[in-house]
Design a protein around this ligand. Structure first.
Ligand code: BV8
Length: 245
């Protein structure tokens, strides 16, 4: 649907949202942009300009140069911990309270949804504030880690790694299944702030479309999903989402 009147369009969208039985929201890095967290493909500004995300966010990159990868995540983690949830995150936390059946799936690893008050968040790509043993994948408590970079697991001596899903790694099975089941059975699916390039996350909107959901995209820029969405709002999450409340 092409919006002629922004206000009228959002009114129609809001009406349809509250009439829906089951709502799924998928977020990407764009929803954290207004919190000052660079989007994933911008996250390589300055110090990291010479690398591509796929050069740093893979097990091979970590194997090749654990310190470089660890430092990149330490830099991002520091930035994320200093960031604050924005009006987009807060609006989704409020929506979760108001709607009967609401599922939030995020590709983001920054905990900003949880810090905004969202209680049930499916973290499709893990969480940057978590640290794992790179061998056993068990979660390590920060305090047991030596200050060397990267620190080593206190139990087996293997390097510690960030608790995120790298390219070439599987999505945690329980999250994968819950997100797929919700996307198959929802009647209203909103994709917010994602370039819709990374799979299988980007496939969730396709599943929702295939199973008959009304699919909405909120993004200032067009993406591969745009031509297939039923309703597209070309805008910023922090400005559009509060108007849905
Ligand atoms: C896997 C964690 C298989 C790390 C990330 C087909 C099917 C399955 C897999 C593949 C496939 N084709 C290719 C693959 C492989 C790969 C992939 O998708 N590659 C891409 C590059 C083509 N996928 C994988 O490897 C996945 N694993 O498939 O495993 C397997 C099976 C068996 C056995 C072994 C393996 C794992 C992918 C997970 C990678 N990890 N993150 C970290 O964060 O460092 S992905 C990374 O990209 C981030 O999580 C990010 O969230 C995600 C997507 O990026 P976006 O969130 O969309 O961010 P981006 O910057 O791209 O876009 C921002 C958008 O926001 C823009 O559109 C912009 O316009 C908009 N925006 C800006 N400001 C605002 C805004 N919107 C609203 N408001 C604003 N203010």
């Amino acid at each position: 649907m092409v919006i002629f009147d922004y206000t009228e369009g959002l009114r129609l969208l809001t009406q349809r949202l509250y009439e829906s039985r089951k709502v799924v929201v998928l977020t990407g890095a764009g929803i954290s942009a207004e919190s000052g967290v660079p989007t994933f493909r911008d996250a390589l500004t300055g110090l990291w300009a010479q690398y591509s995300p796929e050069d740093l966010a893979t097990p091979e990159a970590f194997e090749r140069n654990p310190k470089l990868v660890w430092d990149w995540y330490a830099w991002r983690r520091d930035m994320v911990e200093k960031a604050q949830p924005n009006l987009g995150h807060l609006a989704l936390a409020e929506l979760e309270k108001r709607l009967e059946d609401f599922t939030l799936v995020t590709q983001n690893v920054d905990s900003l949804h949880q810090r905004a008050g969202s209680r049930r968040v499916l973290e499709y790509h893990g969480n940057i504030t978590k640290t794992l043993c790179s061998k056993e994948k068990t979660e390590l408590s920060e305090f047991a880690l030596p200050l060397s970079t990267p620190p080593c697991c206190s139990l087996c001596g293997a390097y510690a790694r960030p608790g995120v899903v790298w390219f070439g790694e599987k999505i945690p099975v329980d999250v994968l299944e819950k997100a797929n089941a919700a996307s198959r059975s929802c009647d209203f699916f909103v994709s917010i702030g994602t370039s819709s390039l990374v799979y299988p996350a980007a496939g969730l909107a396709e599943v929702a479309l295939r199973f008959g959901a009304y699919v909405v995209e909120i993004n200032p820029e067009p993406t591969p999903l745009t031509p297939f969405a039923h309703f597209v709002v070309q805008g910023q999450a922090g400005q559009v989402l509060p108007r849905l409340l």
